[in-house]
Write a protein that binds this ligand. Sequence first.
Ligand code: AMP
Ligand code: MG
Length: 354
Amino acid sequence: MRMEKRRFIWMAFAVTAFYVNGSMICRAEGNTSLMERKEPSVFTRTDFVMDTPVMETLYTTGEDITEEMVQVIHDTDAGWLSWSDGSSELYRINESDGNEVLLSDEMAGYLEEIRQLWEASEGALDPTLGKLTQLWNLGGEDPVVPEEKDIQEALASTGFDKVSLDGKRFSMKKDCILDIGAVGKGIACDELMSFLEQKTEITGAIVNLGGSSVAAYGQKPDDSRWNVAVTDPRDTEGDYLGAVSIYGGEFLSTSGDYQRYLIEDGIRYHHILDPQTGYPSRSGLTAVTVVCDNGLVTDGLSTACFVLGWEKAGRLLEKYGADALFVDEEQNIYLTEGMEERFQLLKDSYTIQQ
Ligand code: AMP
Ligand code: MG
């Protein structure tokens, strides 16, 4: 969290510059009706919401609504996802003390999608890790390497078998805590996409939450694809590792061991936990980037694939029709077939393995 704030100003400039790069030039066509059509204007905005820097670029023939877009992200967080906001549905669930909760349609839908991801990933994505993530506190001010006995105790209250989900009826065991941080930004991206779809004057938009979750909508005026910069996991404030191109209607998500971590005795303890061990996942990866057509799924897949590793993730990615790139500790890059034509490597210290 602190690290994200520190990087805010740097990212605001770097990422915005990366998107805009000359694509504002609009061409007039030699056809009267097209000549009369209003060309879109471009608006950009950087803000801080969901504890993360948000960069927006909007192409529209109407007004600048980038502030409303930020509000959509804020409302999604405050209404459904926030750990700390007493009015959020997640907060209400985590305070339910073993009692049944009647969910909103939206939350019931999200939790069902998360349940399916849990099942399809064979538990690699597990939304019941709240006790463990609170114990490690890797997103907080004072992360610690917990005592082994505390990890084992917290592990005992995790697992989707502690949850009962039947449509809108939800309950979970008293000592279980939900943490849906692995899909939160993806859900915000989905809500944003639905909002943009209702606005006919918007021709294109790209929104980047914290550098790790991106939603692209519509087209750029020059019809080129949207390019998203991918961070080098071992040079996070230096040059980018590469760029991934995505179409309007697609989402991109990156999970990495460099986003929130603690280094103690030379060991990196990062925030993506292996639900089987209760410790940070040791799949030999430093980052995974996924592209798919659903924000929640894209975000959930990047977390799950990080835990599963390159070898085991193939079937899961195929099931959701997703493309992915995996970066390992030896600076090798592994690409799914669909990612090959999307990805452009910008650093020669990394090797793409065929
Ligand atoms: P992401 O950055 O999207 O990969 O999400 C990581 C966040 O999800 C962490 O900060 C935890 O709050 C939570 N988390 C960590 N490990 C897991 C896991 N295996 N399954 C689900 N959520 C997790
Ligand atoms: Mg995720």
